[in-house]
Structure formats: structure tokens, C-alpha cells
Design a protein around this ligand. Structure first.
Ligand code: ATP
Length: 415
């Protein structure tokens, strides 16, 4: 499994120019994460700080028990072997074939012989769909192929953490969808922790388990994707909709005069150019291809989210419950569609203050709960969760509506 990356109180400046300050977040082991933010907010700088290419003035980055901000050069060298990095332009050596580019980290960092190197390189070449192009030079292939070659090179050392700086830049929407699918498949296959830096709203909506956003030198938020996607914060709403009206300006933040002028334009019915899509409706996350193993991160992520769900905003809670219900419904309807969904639907999740049990029996649907939010999660064979905030639930069994009272035992479990 990938390793957790714990960032605490990180601050970075170049001379007198502060880029961001007091950034704290945790990339959970093996989960897929995205970092959004307007241009120039320091997303790439953040990514480079995570691998120790840039040194922050304050804060810590704990990876596998080592603070890479304070560690020795030798320790940093070892920690860096955990990383695979896809830089914005692929960062391939122009004079080397794709094969030699992809083989480069293996020749540089391992003592593997050329037969072993060939096996690994060709395996990755095939994974990213570049079979047959391995003898070409980077200048002879398209931007999308260069991205995929960069990804193949990032994968040859079996990384536990994969950083992708704008994997979509320069790609058309279809190629972007392919590379996004590839990242989810890779996550299913090797369970690496992934951080994607992107402006791409489709990627943000469908790929990560968690999303964060940088703005005005701070991390606006970081957490389960539903939290950001349902956020009411003006900067988040503006960024997701791509509208020019809002706190994000062309260069720096807007002053009051500009904001007032925009408000007047909006009142006069002038459009800001943004999409009118309703982002508060959280659309399904992309699933691994059917031939992929179960994405263990999805199962862990669901458990992580359920552990904190009661502390999240109401809109995010509702979106998470809807996501879970939708995932389980789709798994039930087309079991062959995704092993991950089916595995999740069959998984027993633990809840704070209680245990996950099918206490309502098979084919039972919880339709409402007294005293708390309703949890409606059902598979054809069992209810896998219920609202443990409530003591009394109204349930439906074969068209009969019944009140069920649960009793909390001393050890926190319920019956
Ligand atoms: N090595 C450096 N020395 C000095 N300033 C730098 C350096 N690297 C980045 N910067 C500055 O840091 C700021 C943030 O840059 P960065 O590339 O991280 O932004 P970004 O959010 O990734 O932008 P974009 O989305 O446009 O790629 C910019 O003002 C940039 O000029």
C-alpha cells in the first residue's frame, strides 16, 4: 500500500514573495487526491516541496516516519525512491528514445540487468498504451503520448506515492479522460498514494477521493471530494463554474471597486461566462476498468469518510450518503461493472459509536430516522448501515412500516 503524506504548517516564500503559508493536510495512504487552485497560487511549488526539490521556511512533511524538511540528504535520497513524478511537460530527455527515457530511473537507481530492465520497461509501456512507440524520440510523438511516456517513467520504480502535475495540460478532453482512467487503474493495481495538481474540473469531479484548493496563499480546504464540490465558499463556486464574476481575478485578488462593478453587471443580467452546471450534484467517481483488481483505496476511503461524516457540513454529508447509496445501487445492478463497487457493497463498515450490522434483516430499507439524518444504504442482500444517531428508526419491510428502537450497549454496540 502507498504511504501517508502528512503536511503540517508548511510555509514557502521566494525572497520576499510568500507563495503560501501554514498549509496542513494529510494525503491518506493509497488514496487519490487532487489539488486545485487558480494559476500562480503555488500548486507546482507545493508538489516540488513534497519531494524536497524546494525547501520551505516552516513546517514539516512526514513521509514514512521521516520529516523530509529536516532530514539529511541521504535520508531524502532514500525517501525520494518512494516517489514517481509526472511533470507538466513529461520532462523527457529529447535525445533519448522513449524506451531509454523510461529505463533511465532503473539504470540510475537500481543494479538490475538489461533483461530485467527490458521486462519492466515493456510492462509499463504496455500499461500506458505505448507499445510499438518505444523506439521513437519524444519529438516524434504527440503531447498525449509524451504524457503517457512520462507516466510510464514515473512508474518503473514501483512508487508508493505518485505526483502528477497537470496530467491534462495540452490534452483534448478524450485523451484527458484516458489518462484519468489510467490513474484510477494504476491506483487499483498498485495502491499508491496519488496527488494530482490540476485546473481540470472534470478530473476534480470524477477522479479523486479527496480534494484541496489553494487560494490567496492559503489552503482553502482539503477533504473528501464531496466537501469541496458542495461548498458554498464563493472562491470554490467560482473556480468550479469557471465564471469571471467572483473573488478570483485575472492576476491578483479583486478590490472592492471591481467587485462592486461586477455585482452591477450581474444585476443587469450580464453573464460571467461560467458554466451553469450544478456542481452540488456530485457525479459518480470513475471506477477501475473491469479487468483491474479491487481498488482498496475506495474501501478505506469510505471508512475514513464515515468516521468523520458527522463533523462535515450538511450538504457534504448528504452528498456522501447519496454517493454511497448510488455506488451500492450500481454495484447491485451490474456486478460485472466494477469489482471495486461490488467489494464496497459487500463490505461491512464500522461506524463511530456503533457497529455495522444488518440488524434490519435482508431486503429492508431504512426510510427515515427519528432525531437524526437518515442513512439509506441497501444492497439486495443486506442493509449495510443505518443511522446510529437515532434511537428510533422507521423501517419498511415488505410494505409494512415499523418503528425499530435500538438500544446502546455499554461497549457502544447496539441491538
Ligand atoms: N524557483 C522559483 N523561484 C522563484 N519563484 C518561483 C519559483 N518557482 C515558482 N515560483 C513562483 O511561485 C508562484 C507559484 O508558481 P506555481 O508554478 O507553483 O503556480 P501554479 O499554481 O502551479 O500555477 P499554474 O496553475 O499556472 O501552473 C509563481 O509566482 C512563480 O513565479
Amino acid at each position: 500500500m502507498g504511504v501517508e503524506v502528512a503536511v503540517e504548517g508548511l510555509t514557502k516564500s521566494f525572497g520576499s514573495q510568500n507563495i503560501w503559508r501554514d498549509v496542513s493536510l494529510t494525503l491518506p495512504a493509497g488514496e487519490v487526491n487532487a489539488l486545485l487552485g487558480p494559476s500562480g497560487t503555488g500548486k507546482s511549488v507545493f508538489l516540488k516541496t513534497l519531494i524536497g526539490l524546494l525547501h520551505p521556511e516552516q513546517g514539516s512533511v512526514i513521509i514514512d516516519g521521516t520529516d523530509i524538511v529536516q532530514c539529511s540528504a541521504k535520508e531524502l535520497y532514500e525517501i525520494r525512491k518512494l516517489f514517481g513524478v509526472l511533470f507538466q511537460d513529461g520532462a523527457l530527455f529529447g535525445s533519448m528514445t522513449l524506451y531509454d527515457n523510461i529505463a533511465f530511473p532503473l539504470r540510475e537507481h537500481t543494479k538490475k540487468n538489461e533483461d530485467e530492465i527490458r521486462r519492466i520497461v515493456m510492462d509499463k509501456v504496455e500499461l500506458v498504451g505505448l507499445a510499438g512507440a518505444e523506439d521513437k524520440l519524444p519529438g516524434e510523438i504527440s503531447g498525449g503520448m509524451r504524457k503517457r511516456a512520462g507516466l510510464a517513467r514515473a512508474l518503473v520504480l514501483d512508487p508508493e506515492i505518485i505526483l502528477c502535475d497537470e496530467p491534462d495540460s495540452g490534452l483534448d478532453p478524450v485523451r484527458t479522460a484516458y489518462i484519468s482512467q489510467l490513474l484510477i487503474d494504476i491506483n487499483a493495481e498498485i495502491d499508491a498514494t496519488i496527488l494530482i495538481v490540476t485546473h481540470n474540473i472534470n478530473i476534480a469531479r470524477t477522479i479523486p477521493d479527496n480534494i484541496g484548493m489553494l487560494f490567496r496563499k492559503e489552503l482553502v480546504m482539503f477533504g473528501p471530494r464531496e466537501v469541496l464540490l458542495t461548498s458554498d465558499q464563493p472562491v470554490v463556486k467560482q473556480f468550479l463554474s469557471g465564471d469571471r464574476f467572483g473573488p478570483i481575478g485575472m492576476s491578483e485578488e479583486k478590490d472592492e471597486a471591481v467587485a462592486a462593478a461586477e455585482a452591477a453587471m450581474q444585476a443587469a443580467g450580464i453573464a460571467g461566462g461560467g458554466t451553469k452546471d450544478d456542481f452540488s450534484e456530485v457525479i459518480p467517481q470513475v471506477q477501475p476498468n473491469p479487468d483491474m483488481p479491487v481498488r482498496q483505496a475506495a474501501i478505506r476511503h469510505r471508512q475514513n469518510v464515515l468516521n468523520i461524516i458527522n463533523d462535515l457540513p450538511a450538504g457534504a454529508q448528504a452528498a456522501i450518503r447519496a454517493s454511497i447509496a448510488d455506488e451500492d445501487r450500481r454495484a447491485a445492478e451490474s456486478p460485472e461493472h466494477s469489482a471495486t463497487l461490488v467489494a464496497m457493497a459487500n463490505h461491512q463498515f464500522d461506524y463511530p459509536g456503533g457497529v455495522a450490522v444488518d440488524q434490519y434483516g435482508t431486503d429492508t430499507e431504512v426510510v427515515s430516522s427519528a432525531g437524526g439524518a437518515t442513512e439509506v444504504i441497501e444492497t439486495p442482500t443486506q442493509v449495510i448501515t443505518a443511522d446510529y444517531e437515532a434511537d428510533t428508526d422507521t423501517i419498511v419491510i415488505d410494505d409494512r412500516t415499523e418503528e425499530v428502537t435500538t438500544v446502546t450497549r455499554e461497549d457502544g454496540t447496539r441491538e
